[in-house]
Design a protein around this ligand. Structure first.
Ligand code: FAD
Length: 401
């Protein structure tokens, strides 16, 4: 049996920053991160838009608001310190339809309440900032602090930090059983035991938590996020352009995203799926889990719970390139359906949980402590942005040190 002070299940950005923060606070202690994949970027951490969000979307006092605002400053300081690519390009939020206009005021208020610099500007000013932008409603929100970073490079830098501080990261090591009472986990590579265990297993966090004996009311509802790439390498964007989103759903809507090479992507979609790692075709659908997820999904679609049937209908339009093009054209001009190519590499799935009691998709991070285990559930966007602040919050409030 291998023993350590802290065991982290899941080596994505949340697990890694938790391990790093613990080691910074407890030099010389022993930490092991167990990750089922051969690297840290196979799932959410490596498949997101790389956007460092400002925190305007989230309700005042929510965990997402507080940790996003603090975490974005940490993230930008970290990439600067490590020399990681970043583009401090700012973001424009455009109302895609007339019905989105009331949300402009709500976001202005939320931005102000969360302490985020945000400006309401007219169409002409928006076009000066990004000439491609569609200004049909002659207004936009501008958030200068929003940035893009190289998300995979961030994860690699945190891996190096954890190792440099003496932590061990065991790749290809899947936790198959977790015993919450005595702090033991089983893997095909052997048994690990620890003073504390943190479950940061992303898309499997709810399963791992139940396996550890946690009783909770939440169910799981994965949503796939597909991206489309602009085929013309000379097509460039100066700013990020997002729609004013439906504030009733935890999704930001199809937006522009660009990377260090300047390639421009559009996405992600928000399609309900029945496999936690169902990135392509029928891959990543486990038989029994898939049956349970399908039954839950059919029931929600029938009842249009949380507007899911409406969302699914909207998503169906994205099955055709013309539909994707129509969605993008509400935000920017000059994109044709023939410019778009589905990105096979860039597709992610959200670790979204559902609250059957409230009949609602959970709209905030959820952290639950049970005996020696801390479970991180619903590590949805902006958990990448928030990760450094998130790890401080978990250690401050959930682990008796
Ligand atoms: C399409 C999309 C776009 C997004 N865009 C943004 C963005 O622009 N900005 C932002 O801030 N956030 C964004 N997010 C959210 C962000 O990517 C996630 O919140 C973040 O990556 C969560 O990190 P994580 O470590 O919890 O998850 P992951 O990166 O998924 O890590 C969890 C790890 O646990 C491992 N694991 C699971 N089960 C086990 C087991 N039994 N044993 C061992 N290991 C296990 C998995 O292999 C995985 O590597 C986006 C998400 C998606 C899906």
């Amino acid at each position: 049996m291998k023993q350590c002070d802290l065991l982290v299940v899941g080596g994505g950005i949340v697990g890694l920053t938790l391990a790093r923060e613990w080691l910074l606070r407890h030099p010389g202690s022993t930490v092991s991160v167990l990750e089922k994949e051969p690297n840290s970027v196979s799932h959410g951490t490596g498949r997101n838009s790389g956007v460092v969000h400002s925190g305007i979307y989230y309700q005042e006092h929510s965990l997402r608001a507080r940790l996003c605002v603090a975490g974005s400053q940490d993230m930008l300081a970290y990439v600067e310190e490590k020399g990681i690519w970043t583009d401090r390009c700012g973001k424009l939020l455009i109302p895609p339809t007339e019905s989105a206009l009331p949300s402009v005021d709500v976001l202005l208020e939320r931005g102000a309440a969360n302490g985020v610099p945000i400006e309401l500007i007219d169409g002409q000013t928006a076009q000066m900032l990004e000439p491609r932008v569609n200004t049909q409603f002659d207004c936009a929100l501008y958030i200068p602090v929003t940035s893009v970073v190289d998300n995979k490079a961030v994860a690699q830098a945190v891996v190096d930090d954890v190792r440099g501080l003496g932590g061990l990261i065991h790749y290809n090591t899947q936790v198959t059983q977790m015993h919450g009472t005595d702090g033991r986990v089983e893997t095909p590579q052997g048994i690990f035991s620890a003073g504390y265990i943190i479950n940061a297993a992303g898309l499997f966090a709810d399963q791992v938590a139940r396996n550890a004996g946690l009783e909770m009311r939440y169910s799981f509802q994965p949503f796939k996020g597909k991206y489309w790439m602009h085929c013309d390498p000379s097509f460039r964007m100066q700013r990020l352009v997002y729609p004013i989103p439906d504030l009733n759903l935890p999704f930001l809507g199809v937006h522009t995203a660009h990377n260090a090479k300047g390639q421009v992507f559009f996405g992600p979609s928000s399609t309900p799926v029945i496999g936690r790692e169902n990135y392509q075709g029928l891959d990543g659908i486990a038989w029994s889990d898939g049956m349970a997820l399908s039954a839950n999904l059919v029931w929600k679609l029938m009842r249009n719970t949380n507007g899911l049937r409406t969302l699914a209908w909207r998503e169906a339009k994205l099955l055709r390139r013309a539909g994707v093009c129509a969605e993008i054209s509400r935000l920017i001009h000059g994109v044709k359906a023939t410019d778009l190519q589905t990105s096979l590499a860039k597709v992610g799935i959200r670790s979204q949980i559902f609250d059957p009691k409230a009949q609602h998709l959970v709209n905030d991070f959820v952290i639950l402590r049970d005996r020696r285990c801390v479970h991180i559930l619903n590590a949805i966007s902006p958990a990448f942005t928030a990760s450094f602040a998130f790890s401080r919050h978990v250690l401050d409030h959930y682990l008796d040190e």
